[in-house]
Design a protein around this ligand. Structure first.
Ligand SMILES: [Zn+2]
Length: 317
């Protein structure tokens, strides 16, 4: 099922990233000024457009498209969608917005990381005209109509331009990737710490900011709604601290990336047993949120704080 009604006129859209169900979501908030949160990849844009049609959103209806950050699984479809929905404004944090206007640098660095996988899986982020792009500062407000708004909060750490969004009516908090990944099937949490921006301290601050906003529900881009706020945010913190510790161990044992991946998979086998016991599910999420990319991202941050230069190599997937 592509569209799931979550109540309060909120609809979860399965973007079917890479053809997989249930790994990357977009959300539509319906009302007099309909807003799409997250676009999914460029390759997902047709899926998202037909899902929006299914909930009654036609070409001229969509008022805003907002992305939590400009990674390709969240914003890759932005150019396709702004061209399909001519009245929609495209909204992102000011540190990320320029990539939506001119994606060339972002695409070049994605190409270095993903190689040929980029075209197969993600597709090309197309530019959106500058006059349609709205840049947010540390806080902002997106009008949803009828007194309802999405209040935006700068929440860096996973990416230096990441934001969280709170729905004034439903109390939903769109967490993007700032609190990691949540796998509904097994209630497993995983960190999302890819290069080049990941920073532990800043990520932890953003998670505490989320807690202080007292949301009623967390809406994960990967994947879906969660209502146990404190337990889940505590889980996000625990995951981050654990993985940082594991990468520190790998560095002290001078492991290369392949051995670091094996070591971390071994040491977390019991923790993620329910996930690993379902090889298809585990494979889907490994493709989205790979152990290697998490290790490389954490390592890069540790290099910065320890002023060291420990190289696992560039393989980030
Ligand atoms: Zn993501």
């Amino acid at each position: 099922m592509t569209v799931t009604a979550l109540g309060d006129e909120v609809f979860q859209i399965d973007t079917e990233q890479s053809g997989y169900a249930g790994i990357t979501a977009g959300y539509l908030i319906r009302g007099s000024k309909p807003c799409l949160v997250e676009t999914g990849t460029a390759s997902s844009s047709e899926t998202v457009i037909s899902a929006l049609k299914e909930v009654g959103i036609e070409k001229d209806d969509l008022a805003t498209i907002v992305v939590t950050h400009v990674h390709l699984d969240h914003a890759g479809g932005a150019g396709h969608l702004t061209s399909h929905f001519p009245k929609a404004k495209l909204i992102a944090h000011e540190k990320g917005a320029r990539h939506l206007i001119d994606p060339s640098r972002l695409m070049a660095s994605a190409r270095r990381v993903f190689g040929s996988l980029l075209d197969d899986v993600m597709g090309e982020l197309l530019p959106t005209a500058a006059e349609r792009v709205v840049s947010l500062g540390d806080v902002g407000k997106i009008d949803l109509g009828n007194g309802r708004s999405l209040d935006t909060y700068y929440a860096p750490g996973h990416a230096s331009h990441h934001i969280g969004l709170v729905d004034s009516s439903s109390g939903d908090l769109y967490v993007g990737d700032a609190a990691g990944v949540y796998i509904q099937e097994t209630k497993t949490q995983r960190p999302a710490t890819p290069p080049p921006d990941f920073n532990l301290e800043i990520t932890l601050n953003s998670i505490e900011l989320f807690r202080s906003l007292a949301p009623k529900r967390l809406l994960f881009s990967h994947y879906g709604p969660v209502s146990d706020i404190d337990e889940t945010l505590d889980g996000s913190i625990e995951e981050l601290r654990l993985w940082v510790e594991l990468v520190q161990t790998a560095r002290s044992e001078k492991l290369d990336l392949d051995h670091a991946i094996t070591m971390i998979k071994d040491k977390t086998h019991e923790r993620y047993a329910r996930l690993f016991n379902d090889p298809a599910l585990s494979h889907r999420f490994e493709e989205l949120n790979s152990t290697g990319a998490n290790i490389v991202g954490i390592n890069r941050w540790l290099d910065k704080v320890e002023n060291s230069d420990y190289s696992f190599g560039d393989a980030a997937h």
